[in-house]
Design a protein around this ligand. Structure first.
Ligand code: ZN
Length: 464
């Protein structure tokens, strides 16, 4: 094709030549054209070669997470490799410690492998406690560097830590009564990312005090059988080692009162309008009552755990908690209530506070010094104030007719925070007084008792 065109161009240029001259010229022309063609082909080949050679000159990127600090054998490191050019070809991971090198991983990958994610587990590695390095070498499928491809080598420095953060319990004589609480104090020999006490399926965070020890107020939930109340200290260090430490304690089961509550139409007529909007799916007045008494009660209690999360890490209370002055006790903590409508049992619930009544719309006093974490409407508790006293300890004031404090406000012991009323699930004007530890309602009677408070809480904080 090219040659025909060359010949044609020659014969149509208007010049005349004898046949031998024509042949010579043709051959000459031909050889000139042939060599430039070869040159062109070579140039193309060279260009293609150069493109192939230079098309990937970038080494794969290496990301290790975490990339420094203390590492426990239980926590694998996450390695990520990326090569958007020719793809990752090989990977080696080597551990260096005290002059020795131990291979941890060696892998090859097919061309076009752009991303790799590997978990590097040190569980089987023969490392000693202390500093070590991880060296990661990775190559790609490029022909750059005379066929060797692009290589990246990166080194990361860590400290190997396989010692679990066992706690040293400081406090002694832990006496728990079902529905009550007590303070446990302990020390940890190293910095931790998590420390607290596990009770059944609950984790109760401990709070580190300025002198270095940890304080944890532990509730013995009123509905937890004594055999299931086994508090244990749980701590996780910065490397990821976890330790569980047992504590010595005595736990006493309680017998709670049985109480019958009659729900009549007068009560339902009075309360249904307030609750209708809260449980729009419920139909009859009894349905509305049951939806509030069961489901809303449950969701309100779950909210208490959220308020506990806003607690002060240091105690804010000062001495025993105040009982609402000149008030009569209407209901006790832990009362097992059976609800009857037309002599039919329709529900059963546990009362998790103490009901106190004096005069209608009596002023309500803060039981102790603290900071308001909630002031507003809270379902069964109606108009409600929750005051935080630190270390997960909070007091709850329910069924108020008026609230005089705002969220985030600091209150002093005995300060008037509102007035009693009958908002929420209340059949008459009274104060529902609750004490909550880590979101779990506990018996206020303990906290009203100065001697109990001194023996089980305050003495452990002042002289750990
Ligand atoms: Zn109550």
């Amino acid at each position: 094709m090219q040659l025909d065109q060359v010949a044609f161009a020659w014969s149509t240029n208007g010049r005349f030549a004898t046949f031998p001259a024509f042949t010579r010229n043709l051959q000459l022309e031909f050889s000139v054209k042939k060599s430039s063609l070869l040159f062109l082909l070579l140039l193309i080949a060279f260009g293609a070669g150069a493109f192939y050679y230079f098309r990937d000159t970038t080494a794969p990127t290496v990301t290790l997470s975490p990339d420094s600090g203390a590492i426990a054998p239980v926590r694998p490191l996450e390695l990520r490799l990326e090569d958007t050019g020719t793809g990752i070809r090989d990977l080696t991971v080597t551990l260096l410690q005290q002059g020795g090198a131990t291979p941890l991983m060696s892998k090859s990958f097919p061309a076009g492998t752009t991303t790799i994610r590997e978990d590097l587990s040190l569980a089987a590695a023969n490392l000693s406690e202390g500093p070590f390095d991880i060296v990661i070498t990775v190559g790609d499928h490029a022909v750059y560097h005379f066929g060797k491809g692009n290589r990246a080598e990166q080194s990361f420095s860590f400290s190997f830590d396989r010692t679990p953060p066992l706690a040293t319990v400081i406090s002694t004589g832990h006496n728990f009564v079902q529905g009550g609480s007590a303070l446990v104090t302990f020390r940890l020999a190293e910095e931790v990312s998590k420390a607290g006490i596990v009770v059944a399926d609950r984790f109760i965070p401990a709070h580190r005090q300025s002198s270095g020890f940890y304080a944890c107020l532990v509730p013995f939930p009123n509905d937890l059988p004594e055999k299931d109340f086994v508090p244990r200290i749980q701590a996780v260090d910065l490397a990821g080692n976890e330790a569980m430490t047992g504590i010595f304690y005595r736990a006493k089961e309680q017998t709670f009162r049985q109480r019958r509550i009659n729900i009549d139409d007068r009560f339902l007529q009075a309360k249904t309008p307030e609750f209708k909007a809260l449980v729009p799916e419920a139909g009859t007045p009894v349905d509305i009552f049951l939806a509030v008494n069961r489901d809303l009660r449950q969701s309100n209690r779950e909210k208490l755990v959220g308020f506990a999360g806003q607690t002060s890490a240091t105690p804010l209370w000062e001495g025993a908690f105040l009982r609402q002055p000149q008030s009569a006790t209407l209901a006790l903590f832990g009362d097992r209530r059976s609800y009857y409508y037309n002599d039919q049992k329709i529900d059963s619930q546990i009362h998790l506070g103490i009901d106190l009544a004096s005069v209608v719309q009596a002023p309500v006093h803060a039981a102790n010094t603290g900071r308001v974490v909630f002031a507003g409407y809270l379902g069964i508790y109606g108009q409600c104030v929750i005051i935080d006293h630190g270390l997960g300890l909070q007091t709850l004031y329910g069924h108020l007719s008026k609230i005089d404090v705002a969220e985030a406000e600091n209150v002093s012991k005995n300060q008037i925070i509102g007035n009693t009323g009958l908002t929420g699930m209340a059949g008459g004007d009274h104060l529902h007084f609750g004490i909550v530890v880590a979101g779990v309602p506990v018996n206020p009677i303990e906290w009203w008792d100065a001697q109990w408070l001194k023996n089980n809480v305050d003495s452990r904080l002042s002289a750990p």
